[in-house]
Design a protein around this ligand. Structure first.
Ligand code: EPZ
Length: 422
């Protein structure tokens, strides 16, 4: 297993290009199942999760090929004939569950393995199941698989999600595009990745209104045609790299960045003493002056502070002046980076869903363990500011969600390299 070696090297400067959004792309790719015609995605990120989704869609009979070094994904759902999403693939990546709605809509049936828990939580699928049953699917859980059938096709319905689940919103919206009649989806997730998915579905001929609000209305159509869609910028990669010049010092321009994608983060960084400037090319970020101030953060569904940036913010707060409280309300176990940061000298007290962080002048490099995607990058951020060397182990987590981390950070002056696994 590879590791990443980071050596605290002072201020950063230069620019970092931000890729297309992993979490948008992982919802956009299953949309190819809804149509027999070609669907092409531009600005796709080059990540192992995208390769996993590619394998899954191919196993269902779709054609998927990566062009232009993976930045273009050319797909066709023409040959889709297999409703089985096998455990061997699904267990590697929870987002595999996003084929459930499209398979039901296209084939009238689906057998999708439950993803199983992951490091950050149990991650059940009850909200997905309840919503799809309201569209007329009959779903039961047998031998670890969701067996779903809709022999008479899906029928529009008025659905209220008990929680604004991103994945459940995506599965339901995709299924409803081919249902008979109108679906009104209430308490829908509002994330930019949902907005991007709806833009793509609309380009394919779907009739959808309300994306980005809590109520999405879908008028079912008989069929969807092909389209070409550009994947939206990754707001989590953007937010992650915005924190790099703040924790390490210096100024970095995030190419393709827009404040609208990271408003909640910008509010917190502004309060902490960070200058953020929108330029024609992206976002310029640097400390206003001196030390960063501690600010409290509570993760919430969009447009609140994203849970996927909580670990990165915690790393920053470890070197801020003062004490703050980070509250994680989305996942039940998303503080595994805390003990690793404490190995670097951070002062963190975790109690259930809250973590109290008291800033220290400087962290000290140490060998640490990545436990999940966002935790791994928070340890790299901490390593940029720490004294000495930080060796982040198990970086396969990292490669799932961040393309070319070493290259992007080295280009702005970080001392970072990949150490081949023994
Ligand atoms: C998406 O996961 C993202 N993944 C996650 O990003 C992100 O953290 C999450 O949304 C929240 O923003 C992708 O888009 C591929 P949820 P998803 O359904 O859809 C509970 C990353 O780092 N829940 O909004 O799975 C669930 O357990 C990943 O890129 C149920 O209880 O998230 C969690 O506590 C990590 N029942 C909460 O809701 C359900 O049926 C939010 O889950 C579904 C979810």
């Amino acid at each position: 297993m590879d590791s990443i070696l980071v050596t605290g090297n002072g201020a950063l400067s230069g620019s970092i290009p931000i890729a297309g959004a992993k979490n948008a792309c992982l919802a956009l790719m299953p949309a190819t199942l809804l149509s027999e015609e070609p669907l092409t995605l531009l600005n796709a990120p080059r990540l192992s999760d995208i390769r996993t989704m590619t394998q899954l869609l191919q196993s269902l009979g779709a054609e998927v090929s990566a062009l232009q070094d993976g930045k273009v994904i050319a797909m066709s759902g023409h040959g889709v004939d297999n409703p089985l999403a096998h455990y061997d693939i699904v267990r590697k990546m929870r987002a595999s569950n996003l084929v459930l709605g499209p398979l039901l809509a296209r084939l009238g049936e689906a057998q999708v393995s439950l993803p199983g828990g992951c490091a950050i939580g149990a991650r059940p699928m009850d909200i997905h199941v309840t919503a799809l049953e309201q569209l007329g699917a009959v779903i039961d859980l047998r031998d670890g698989y969701l067996h779903a059938k809709a022999p008479a096709g899906l029928k529009g319905a008025e659905i209220t999600l008990r929680f604004a689940s991103v994945g459940a919103t995506e599965n339901t919206v995709m299924a409803a595009t081919l249902a008979k009649g109108t679906t009104v989806l209430k308490n829908a997730a509002r994330e930019p990745e949902i907005v991007d998915l709806v833009k793509c579905l609309r380009a394919m001929g779907a009739q959808i209104e309300g994306e980005g609000t809590s109520t999405i209305v879908i008028d079912g159509v008989d069929r969807l045609h092909g389209a070409t869609h550009r994947v939206v910028t990754d707001r989590i990669e953007l937010g992650t790299y915005m924190i790099a010049p703040v924790i390490a010092g210096g100024e970095v321009e995030l190419l393709g960045g827009e404040i609208a994608l990271v408003e909640a983060l910008c509010e917190k960084l502004d309060a902490a003493g960070v200058a953020i400037e929108q330029t024609n090319a992206g976002l310029k970020v640097r400390r206003k002056n001196g030390r960063i101030q501690a600010v409290d953060v509570r993760t919430e569904v969009f447009p609140g502070f994203p849970t996927d940036l909580q670990a990165q913010m915690m790393a920053l707060m470890c070197t801020a002046e003062g004490t703050c409280v980070l509250e994680e309300t989305i996942f039940e176990n998303r503080f595994m980076h805390a003990p690793e940061l404490m190995r670097m000298g951070a002062r963190i007290e975790v109690a259930g869903g809250t973590a109290k962080v008291t800033g220290v002048e400087r962290l000290k490099g140490a060998p640490v363990m990545a436990t999940d995607l966002r935790a791994s990058v928070s340890l790299i951020l901490a390593g940029l500011a720490a004294e000495g060397e930080t060796l982040v182990n198990r970086v396969y987590h990292l490669d799932r969600g961040y393309e070319q981390v070493e290259q992007k950070l080295s280009a702005v002056g970080a001392r970072i390299e990949r150490v081949q696994g023994q």
